[in-house]
Ligand binder design. Sequence first.
Ligand SMILES: Nc1ncnc2c1ncn2[C@@H]1O[C@H](COP(=O)(O)OP(=O)(O)OP(=O)(O)O)[C@@H](O)[C@H]1O
Ligand SMILES: [Mg+2]
Length: 326
Amino acid sequence: MPDQPVEENLVSVGNLSVSYGQARMSLGARQRFVAVDNVNFSVKKGSIVGLVGETGCGKSSIGRAILGLIPFSGKVSVAGKRIDAMSSEELKRHRLHMQMIFQDPLSSLNRRKSIKSLMRQSLQLQRIGSRKEQNDRISALIKEVGFDDSILTRYPHQFSGGQRQRISIARALTLHPSFIVCDEAVSALDVSVQAAIINLLLDLRKKHDLTYLFISHDLSVIELISDYIVVLYLGRIVEQGSKKAIMARQMHPYTQILFSTSPEPTTAQRTKKFQKIVSDIPQRNTVGEGCFFASRCPFVMDKCRKTYPKTFETADNQKVACWLYE
Ligand SMILES: Nc1ncnc2c1ncn2[C@@H]1O[C@H](COP(=O)(O)OP(=O)(O)OP(=O)(O)O)[C@@H](O)[C@H]1O
Ligand SMILES: [Mg+2]
């Protein structure tokens, strides 16, 4: 048989669930709050999977679980190794290949540390390279994100949000990661700055052989960057598929609503519109046996209120959890 190009999964997530002992919302004593419920998807090596859904649907919990930062149940493997089966020592070592970029990571760091010492931290902690090798790596990376060495003696608060995000991207790359979770990494930025950061991430993906899980509540950002889209609703995946398939046809009524509110020209307008539709998200612990979206769904049927939908798959591997497709 001729050799077929194998599309290797860098990350695979099987029946992933995350629950919290004490939910931020009011719950009875000792009740656990299920934030992520039996989630299955994978991320092909070199690809970008966009994880989208309204606030509180479990996006960050999924990102943190994959990096082994919070307890979870299910199977998670990254680069061929099972995160769920690792000792904390192994996990610590394995985590060097994985990084997370947040909304504004630099702003939470020590204000009195220069960019250079912030960038050196993980190299120093891991005792990687001589001082000169560390300096060379830092200055190569800072150039790749569009700066020159002169900024290394400055401090985080001397930069704009977009500039700080460039620096934190460079910082995330110091240990040669293969997988990066970007959690709302561009959400606080203006649209034009968002586009520039997204282009930078795309560019770096090629140069550094990176794979991303890109988390955002903003579908227009997800559309720009992703190859594959996973749509979450109250901790469960309602739809997933290639961007091409989902752009051509949104199957789940929830995905249809998300698409109908996007895009708006400015972040402020988008946030406003988004907040309007999210104002009536039911809480996870108040939905009944049926489909979690039943109370908001324009196409709701009797069955939807009684039984949670099975997942149906189309010929081009688009998967949707909705009885309309039975
Ligand atoms: N440490 C925690 N303790 C208790 N509940 C938590 C904790 N972290 C998250 N939750 C709850 O779990 C649910 C999922 O949270 P998560 O942060 O994963 O959602 P998200 O999709 O990232 O939301 P956002 O878009 O607002 O960032 C939410 O209801 C949240 O309140
Ligand atoms: Mg989040």
